[in-house]
Design a protein around this ligand. Structure first.
Ligand SMILES: *[C@@H]1O[C@H](CO)[C@@H](O)[C@H](O)[C@H]1NC(C)=O
Ligand SMILES: *[C@@H]1O[C@H](CO)[C@@H](O)[C@H](O)[C@H]1NC(C)=O
Ligand SMILES: *[C@@H]1O[C@H](CO)[C@@H](O)[C@H](O)[C@H]1NC(C)=O
Ligand SMILES: *[C@@H]1O[C@H](CO)[C@@H](O)[C@H](O)[C@H]1NC(C)=O
Length: 472
């Protein structure tokens, strides 16, 4: 680039920063000594810097470090953005230095939208670490250049815990290779808290924020959050070996404790895809086999469209043993990967199964009563409830809206089955109605089929831990 152009761009950038209205409120440390660090806060969308005064104070109290804070505020339309952020952080650093801070240990800490922008910015900046509150990193933790703490609220009604679980899954894998991952890129599930409890302000009606009613008071939430932030910054920046050891012990416990709430989500998610096959399709085919499940081996292929439309399950019998090849198609919510407001579980699972009658016939048994697709949805719910931890089940029973399984929509041709979506609607509960196609074992083209469009066990779990808890 021409030096002159570079200079012009530099000038424009400086001018833009100078004209911006972002300010920083500097909060002095409460300790006289200790390793000096500063937390530079970036608020959520349409939130104000002052809403983070309280959490800053509670972190100062929790920590043996000499903690400064800078509360940035006044982004255009109060919407933190990548254009104004560099100037905001530089302004905060200037303010901290003027107020007497000597070390250069600057930690960016962003809530919600603030977390999104500080996460990207932290990749190449003066920051030495980043804390995300009610936000997640939109890329690999392992490759992030500086330590990063992700705080996920268990009852976050905006950034679904089922989105942040992907980062925890990544951490599990990283931790299996290096224990340091738990200290360098912790992902913590903050029990019983919601999206807004990282800040302090007069309540916003939940029907506007979509947030979930928390299990803990605001004061308890701040204390727990401050405890996690302190463990992370102490383990990362303290020069006192005992403090570091204690903080690392805490982070290990926090990892184990978080796992109790994350693992059920991972377990239900694991039922939808394992390589090219859908474990759920295998489980429900075995369920159709009933008391003969022991002699039935099932293989499943997850197919894309149009292959799935054309596929047909098959069954082979050999010396009293049966092998079934069935197929599945998994449909997700549109754009769910980039939209943390959307359910992260499949919208529906389409299964082309062999009927119970076909299995029984191959074993020279009477056809028996064909189970419904509805019974598979009930089974999905049973799996989701059984996998959940006790707190989540109690909470659901206490204040979750119930789930109702309606009788199957019976279709009479493959085309009708293919074009009829799983029917789900919400009122004082969630109604789920599966779509079935059952053909006779003598049907000329489709002998002994039982096709079902069903709810994923993962969707049942999302209902239990998130959506059922929202006000309708
Ligand atoms: C996350 O990354 C995807 C793909 O790179 C991008 O489309 C999306 O806008 C990013 N989301 C955020 C919140 O940065
Ligand atoms: C939210 O709830 C409040 C109180 O119940 C009500 O007055 C308000 O109209 C609701 N707002 C929306 C957008 O539904
Ligand atoms: C699959 O079948 C449905 C129902 O007939 C149809 O709407 C859809 O277009 C088909 N998809 C493909 C890719 O063939
Ligand atoms: C769920 O738990 C109950 C009670 O422990 C048990 O009877 C049932 O078999 C379990 N269901 C599944 C699908 O694992």
């Amino acid at each position: 680039m021409f030096p002159f152009l570079q200079k012009l761009l530099w000038f424009m950038a400086t001018f833009a920063a100078a004209s911006a209205a972002v300010t920083s409120e500097i909060i002095q440390p409460i300790r006289q000594s200790g390793d000096e660090v500063a937390l530079i806060f970036v608020p959520g969308a349409f939130q104000r810097g002052q809403y983070y005064r309280e959490i800053a104070r509670v972190i100062q109290e929790a920590s043996q470090l000499r903690v400064w804070a800078a509360l940035t505020d006044g982004y255009d339309s109060n919407y933190p953005n990548p254009r104004q952020l560099p100037g905001a952080v530089e302004g905060a650093i200037k303010g901290l230095k003027q107020a007497g801070m000597i070390s250069e240990t600057y930690i960016g800490i962003g809530h919600s939208r603030g977390g999104v922008v500080i996460g990207s910015y932290g990749r190449s900046s003066q920051l030495k670490a980043v804390v995300l509150m009610g936000a997640f990193l939109n890329s690999t933790l392992k490759d992030y250049p500086i330590p990063i703490l992700t705080l996920a609220a268990e009852l976050d009604g905006r950034v679904r815990i089922t989105r942040v679980v992907n980062d925890f899954e990544e951490l599990l894998d990283d931790a299996s290779q290096s224990k340091d991952a738990i200290f360098r890129t912790p992902v913590i599930n903050v029990q019983g808290t919601n999206h807004l409890q990282f800040e302090t302000r007069s309540p916003i009606p939940r029907n506007i924020t979509l947030d979930i009613k928390s299990d803990v008071t605001d004061a308890e939430a701040l204390k727990t959050i401050a405890h996690y932030v302190n463990s992370f910054i102490t383990s990362t920046f303290s020069t006192d070996a005992t403090q570091v050891k204690d903080a690392q012990e805490q982070l290990k416990d926090d990892f184990t404790d978080s796992r109790k709430r994350f693992q059920p989500i991972l377990d239900m998610k694991a039922l939808e895809e394992n390589g090219d096959s859908c474990p759920w399709a295998i489980i429900v085919q075995q369920y159709f086999a009933g008391k003969f499940a022991d002699v039935v081996v099932v293989n499943n292929d997850i197919l894309e469209l149009p292959e799935f439309n054309k596929s047909k399950p098959s069954l082979r019998e050999d010396k009293g043993k049966i092998e079934i090849d069935n197929t599945a198609f998994i449909e997700f919510e549109e754009g769910y990967e980039y939209n943390f407001l959307e359910p992260q579980s499949p919208k529906e699972i389409r299964l082309k199964l062999k009927s119970k009658a076909a299995i029984n016939d191959a074993l020279c048994q009477a056809p028996g009563k064909e189970p419904s697709c509805r019974s598979l949805n009930e089974l999905a719910m049973e799996y989701a409830l059984n996998s959940s931890n006790g707190y989540a089940v109690d909470r659901y029973n206490l204040r979750g809206r119930p789930i109702f399984f309606e009788d199957d929509i019976m279709t009479s041709s493959e085309n009708e089955w293919l074009s009829t979506p799983l029917n789900m609607w919400e009122d004082d509960g969630l109604h789920v109605q599966a779509v079935a196609l059952v053909t006779s074992i003598n049907s000329p083209k489709l002998e002994g089929m039982h096709y079902c469009k069903v709810m994923a066990p993962y969707r049942a779990l999302e209902w239990i831990i998130i959506d059922s808890l929202r006000d309708y």
